[in-house]
Design a protein around this ligand. Structure first.
Ligand SMILES: NC(=O)c1ccc[n+]([C@@H]2O[C@H](COP(=O)([O-])OP(=O)(O)OC[C@H]3O[C@@H](n4cnc5c(N)ncnc54)[C@H](OP(=O)(O)O)[C@@H]3O)[C@@H](O)[C@H]2O)c1
Length: 336
């Protein structure tokens, strides 16, 4: 993805030169992305003062006067927000990414994501998932990886997709790859273990296997206790935190994301719904049910369009009931 300098609105050819000079600088998506990256990178290292921030020549956040042309974002009691005039694409990018990593310094933040069909499946019955989601969602996944310290997937995802879990479609560092393979059933030939593109940690259950068998060696293997075959996810998150991994992206599959949701370990849950019908397939979320709809969770959400897909970005920390009264919403609104 090109990281270009901010664009300037030069106006139509016949406008007076003074008008052109007075036209506001419109800052673009590439610059917005650089700020989101800088913020995620620096969040775990420093506490920010309220005020304006720009970027230094190394792409790190530096203080700037609020309202000055060097100030790109501001931080106050509402959190982080953009300063100055930004393109619509840049504004949407800030909406989606700017505050996601702005939680308290000492707290782990975890976001889960699933790309699913309209009938709730993330792959066909034999595990084919390429590609459920739109290309724009793939870029979103790579951006989330770049913003996070670690990307987490379950053993069945590695077995089915042999993913690389890198950030090759965007600028930004690769995250540490964390593979949950309680019984160490995966072959060492999978790319996450053999390509050397980014560090890989393996999570195993010492009650089920000998950690010495791990394809990444004993040092890079986390032993996490379990009960009834389920790993203690808070204990896993604490071990990741001890290694400096505080922003976590749980990328799948359905079983892994579901267990994080059930354990109350996710701050946000992102579900990208594609206009696709899979029929009998691998389920996305699988959670215990309720007798009554009124007992079911309706977490607050934000909606983004990613190509033909719709991304539901749920806030799982804001309580289970959606505060907005549905009856107050307008009638049909055409989205596409
Ligand atoms: N569309 C998407 O967004 C998306 C994303 C990723 C993957 N996929 C697709 O989804 C399919 C895989 O998903 P899946 O739901 O079948 O499996 P999965 O979540 O990838 O892996 C599940 C396995 O990981 C281990 N595991 C994960 N969390 C655990 C926990 N808390 N405690 C104990 N064990 C845990 C268990 O391994 P053991 O079985 O060894 O006990 C479990 O069976 C593949 O077809 C893949 O292509 C789709």
């Amino acid at each position: 993805m090109p990281d270009t300098l901010p664009e300037r609105h030069t106006g139509a050819g016949r406008r007076h030169a003074d008008d052109v000079a007075a036209a506001p600088m419109v800052r673009n998506e590439a610059l917005a992305w650089q700020i989101c990256l800088a913020l995620a990178r620096e969040r775990t290292q420093q506490r920010f003062e309220h005020g304006g921030y720009g970027l230094d020549r190394h792409g790190m956040l530096e203080p700037g006067r609020p309202g000055s042309s060097a100030t790109l974002v501001e931080y106050d009691a509402r959190g982080w927000h953009a300063s100055g005039v930004w393109s619509a694409g840049a504004q949407a990018l800030f909406d989606l990414y700017l505050n996601f990593s702005a939680g308290p310094l000492e707290q782990t933040q975890a976001v889960g994501h699933l790309g699913q069909s309209i009938d709730g499946h993330i792959a066909t019955h034999n595990g084919d998932a390429r590609y459920v989601s739109a290309p724009q969602d793939l870029i979103h996944l790579h951006r989330m990886r770049a913003l996070c310290d670690a990307v987490i997937v379950g053993a069945s995802t590695v077995a089915a997709d042999d993913p690389r879990l890198t950030t090759r479609l965007v600028s930004g560092d690769h995250p540490v790859r964390v593979i949950i393979d309680p019984g160490l059933r995966l072959a060492p030939t999978h790319r996450v273990f053999s390509d050397g593109e980014a560090p890989t940690l393996v999570v195993c259950d010492p009650q089920r296997t000998d950690p010495g068998r791990s394809p990444v060696g004993r040092e890079q293997t986390l032993c996490v206790p379990s009960s009834n075959g389920r790993l203690d996810l808070p204990a896993l998150m604490a071990q990741l935190r001890e290694r400096g991994l505080a922003l976590l992206f749980v990328e799948g599959g359905g079983s892994t994301v579901s267990r994080f949701v059930e354990a109350g370990c996710l701050d946000r849950l992102q579900i990208a719904v594609a206009p696709l019908i899979i029929g009998e397939g691998r389920r996305g979320l699988r959670l215990p049910g309720s007798e009554l709809i009124s007992d079911c969770a309706r977490p607050p959400y934000r909606l983004f369009k990613l190509g033909n897909d719709v991304l539901w970005d749920f806030d799982l920390r804001a309580g289970h009931r959606q505060s907005a009264n549905d009856a107050d919403q307008p009638g049909p609104v055409r989205l596409a």
